[in-house]
Design a protein around this ligand. Structure first.
Ligand SMILES: Nc1nc2c(c(=O)[nH]1)N[C@H]1C(S)=C(S)[C@@H](COP(=O)(O)OP(=O)(O)OC[C@H]3O[C@@H](n4cnc5c(=O)[nH]c(N)nc54)[C@H](O)[C@@H]3O)O[C@H]1N2
Ligand SMILES: Nc1nc2c(c(=O)[nH]1)N[C@H]1C(S)=C(S)[C@@H](COP(=O)(O)OP(=O)(O)OC[C@H]3O[C@@H](n4cnc5c(=O)[nH]c(N)nc54)[C@H](O)[C@@H]3O)O[C@H]1N2
Ligand code: SF4
Ligand SMILES: [Mo]
Length: 728
């Protein structure tokens, strides 16, 4: 029997594609994009188009497993077998023996109970991030479980929190220009945003705009696919975006190109901003950013006058020491020129603030009270290395990993591994694959893919909610995150009703929220219609729907800030923020170069004159997909260090040579690729699994635990290194 099931891609990607899965006799035989999804419109990225390879990979974890060899032995088995470094290799499951779910759950609960008696509940640390962004499997039963247990709470700041704080400090909420409106733009700036690689479903709307004469400008230190396709590419020195934005505001204000009416009605702090921007004339900004004063003036004039103009800023600029301030500065631009009023104007970072699901009902933080009588301690995920090695009172004695692969993605890799190797640390990993992290697990539990469970799917790059239906039975003995934590709660003896709640009931309750934009959207409708746009017709306390004029031009347009309505403390876009002032931060915005950079003053930069961009792969998703041979083939840069010819020549390095990249935290061996991708002084390499890298360490050996100025986020793009030829 053949049927087609509607699902939604839950990977950590702005697009949240509508997906159709064909099932024949219980087996998935085809995956395709849902042509009816208004934004993702029937195509999938190259990696998810090959998803059957993932679901039916011979490397899937199929059963609960117990480690029988030394911690870390899995990666050694792989290394020994690796005939050529570019090849993905079979699972290192020889380090494990199969056990039953009963045995696994018994062993876990037994160990956790003992650890609680000896060290207290907060010696247990959950560790999860973006494996699935499904509303339930991303954060629901797991949170209930750890709240009820009284475990330490994880501050999930490895990705976006600096940018979010920067954005919210100006406009109050994670909302912005919807992708469909980019088709109406005449001037599009991709600012630290690799659209073609990381957000490909925005691209057709940009192409549509360009067919009608729009100009695409890319601001990025790395010549991405998007940059190569741009009308104007501006390579910028890493970490200097706040200077550029201030330089643009300098020109826009001094040449009187800003929107007086919008500024006076809907913003506060213009005088303070004006005074600050005066300190950033283009000539000075040019020295920081590497972009000429003429280009800065031209960009400012075009951006302010070629309307509608829109900025797609992504998370690239905020993975820098002062990423919060960078994002704050860029967010001020559409408020200054009033482009929020225009169809096809404004700015997009993340749109996820629109969904407003009832997260309290899903996560039930009140259960912490029951366990501890107070909120549990908070531990920052970026600092996992230090946390495992030196946190006390209590130390971490149990680590429970799901939806994440910290032994690949976490900064300061060597310290992370040192911590994971601790003989007294009890580690559980719930995974689809034997990853870098499972190598250190005492127990590995098998996890379903989105083909094998049901979920509710939001997005951070569009405004359509979806239900992702279960298409097939789980392979092997896999269980979803929801079902695994449900079983564990039962085994721990937690009798609260919430641990027995069905998936459908959880979806229903998630949709019962005070957010008016969810009005009329029910599970039943989602199951029938697959994909429903948020209900923006009613204005509300947070933002408004389209103004009458705009509504005429496009009945569906959503212009959240056309008439102000910024949900900030002042109700206006804040060029001046009292809140930041209270936090000891600059209430306006200023530029300071990253300490760890050529222009910085930090000691970490001394002796390491190159700035490393520890980048994402274009065709994998962080560490996900890197183990699948068919996907890995599409990413020929893996294992390369991209260098400018000047920097290579100065070090006696030729294209194709092996080089040693190092700093105070460690070293790795890569192959030099002397191409035109990076400007002088900058080098770039891509994230890969540690075990596929010679020596067993990936680029996160070189990245640091230093946190950003706002949001306590990771600083993957503020890394100083030196490079020399590698002599074996
Ligand atoms: N193919 C693919 N898609 C993905 C992912 C993936 O790994 N692969 N990851 C997903 C995830 S988790 C996320 S968070 C999103 C992120 O998507 P993006 O926000 O686009 O993330 P990045 O690739 O980190 O950064 C974007 C660009 O910023 C540039 N950049 C770095 N430093 C600076 C700087 O100081 N200034 C400026 N102007 N630019 C800078 C980088 O060179 C990069 O090209 O993508 C998601 N989609
Ligand atoms: N050097 C460097 N490091 C980076 C970045 C970078 O740009 N450069 N990017 C950072 C960013 S932006 C992010 S968001 C993080 C991402 O870090 P992670 O969120 O850890 O992302 P992934 O590498 O995709 O690993 C997710 C894991 O979850 C598993 N998984 C998928 N679905 C499920 C499920 O339903 N249940 C369970 N139990 N497991 C599941 C997958 O198999 C995969 O191994 O990486 C960060 N690390
Ligand atoms: S990873 Fe992104 S682009 Fe690819 S299918 Fe999933 S949502 Fe779509
Ligand atoms: Mo991310």
């Amino acid at each position: 029997m053949k049927r087609v099931v509607h699902a939604a891609c839950p990977h950590d990607c702005p697009d949240a594609c509508g997906v159709l899965i064909t099932i024949e006799d219980g087996r998935a035989t085809r995956i395709q994009g849902d042509p009816e999804h208004p934004v993702t419109r029937g195509f999938l990225c190259a990696k998810v188009a090959k998803y059957l390879d993932r679901v039916y990979s011979p490397d899937r974890v199929l059963y609960p497993m117990r480690r029988v060899k030394a911690k870390g032995a899995g990666s050694k088995i792989v290394e020994r077998r690796a005939s050529s470094p570019g090849q993905a290799i079979a699972q290192p499951n020889e380090a494990f023996e199969r056990i039953s779910w009963d045995e696994a759950l018994d062993e876990i609960t037994h160990r956790l109970r003992r650890i609680i008696v000896e060290y207290g509940c907060e010696s247990i640390l959950p560790y999860s991030y973006g494996g699935t962004l499904g509303a339930l499997n991303g954060a629901s039963m797991d949170r209930r479980f750890f709240h009820r247990l009284g475990a330490s709470q994880l501050e999930r700041s490895i990705c976006s929190s600096a940018g979010e704080e920067g954005l919210k400090s100006v406009i109050g909420i994670k909302l912005g220009t919807e992708p469909e409106q980019f088709a109406h733009s005449r001037y599009i700036i991709a600012w630290g945003s690799n659209i073609h690689g990381n957000n490909v479903h925005l691209w057709p709307f940009i192409e549509e705009a360009r067919r009608q004469g729009a100009k695409l400008v890319v601001i990025d230190p790395y010549r991405t696919r998007t940059a190569k396709l741009a009308d104007w590419y501006l390579p910028i020195n890493p970490g200097t975006d706040a200077a550029l934005a201030l330089g643009l505001m300098h020109v826009i204000i001094s040449e009187n190109l800003f929107d007086h009416d919008y500024v006076s009605r809907y913003t506060i702090g213009f005088e303070e901003l004006k005074a600050r921007a005066q300190q950033y004339p283009p000539e000075e900004v040019a020295q920081w950013t590497g972009i000429s004063a003429d280009d800065i003036r031209k960009l400012a004039r075009e951006y302010a006058t070629e309307r509608p103009s829109v900025i797609r800023v992504n998370y690239g600029i905020q993975r820098s020491e002062r990423g919060g301030m960078s994002m704050r500065a860029v967010t001020m631009l559409p408020c200054l020129i009033g482009s929020w009023k225009d169809l096809g104007g404004g700015l997009q970072l993340s749109l996820s603030g629109s969904y407003g699901l009832n997260r309290e009902a899903l996560e039930m933080p009140e259960l912490m009270q029951k366990a501890l009588g107070r909120p549990a301690r908070i531990v920052n995920m970026v600092r996992l290395g230090s946390v495992l090695n030196s946190l006390t009172a209590p130390p971490i004695q149990a680590l429970f990993v799901y939806n994440s692969n910290p032994a690949a993605v976490c900064p300061n890799h060597n310290e992370v591994v040192r911590g994971l190797m601790r003989p007294d640390l009890f580690t559980v990993v719930h995974e689809q694959f034997f990853t870098d992290t499972t190598d250190y697990a005492d127990i590995v539990l098998p996890a379903t893919t989105f083909f094998e469970h049901k979920d509710l799917q939001t997005a951070y790059g569009h405004y359509y909610l979806q239900v992702s239906n279960q298409a097939m039975d789980p392979v092997g003995e896999c269980r979803s995150n929801v079902e695994m934590f449900r079983a564990l709660a039962e085994r721990m003896g937690f009798e609260d009703d919430c641990f027995r709640e069905t998936v459908d009931s959880m979806i229903d309750r998630a949709l019962q929220s005070p957010n008016p934009w969810l009005k009329g959207i029910t599970r039943d409708r989602l199951e029938r219609e697959h994909c429903i746009r948020l209900n923006f017709t009613t204005p509300n306390g947070v933002g408004t729907g389209a103004s009458p004029v705009q509504a005429e031009r496009s009945s569906a347009a959503f212009l959240p800030f056309a008439q102000g309505n910024f949900p900030t403390p002042s109700g206006k876009a804040e060029f001046y923020s009292e809140t930041l002032k209270h936090q000891g931060l600059d209430p306006v915005v200023a530029f300071t170069p990253p300490d760890e950079s050529r222009r910085g003053s930090g000691s970490k930069a001394a002796g390491f004159p190159l700035e490393l961009l520890a980048r994402k792969p274009d065709n994998h998703l962080n560490s996900s997909f890197a183990n699948l041979p068919s996907v890995r083939k599409m990413e020929p840069w893996i294992g390369d260090l991209e260098m400018h010819p000047n920097d290579a020549e100065a070090r006696g390095v030729r294209d194709g040579d092996h080089v040693r990249a190092f700093n105070s935290r460690g070293e790795i061996v890569l192959r030099a690729r002397v191409d035109g991708a990076v400007p002088p002084g900058v080098v770039a390499a891509r994230l890969d699994w540690a075990r596929f890298s010679p020596g067993g360490g990936n680029i996160n050996v070189l990245t640091s635990e230093k946190l950003t100025d706002m949001g306590n986020a990771a600083t993957f793009y503020s890394v100083s290194v030196e490079v020399e030829p590698f002599r074996a």
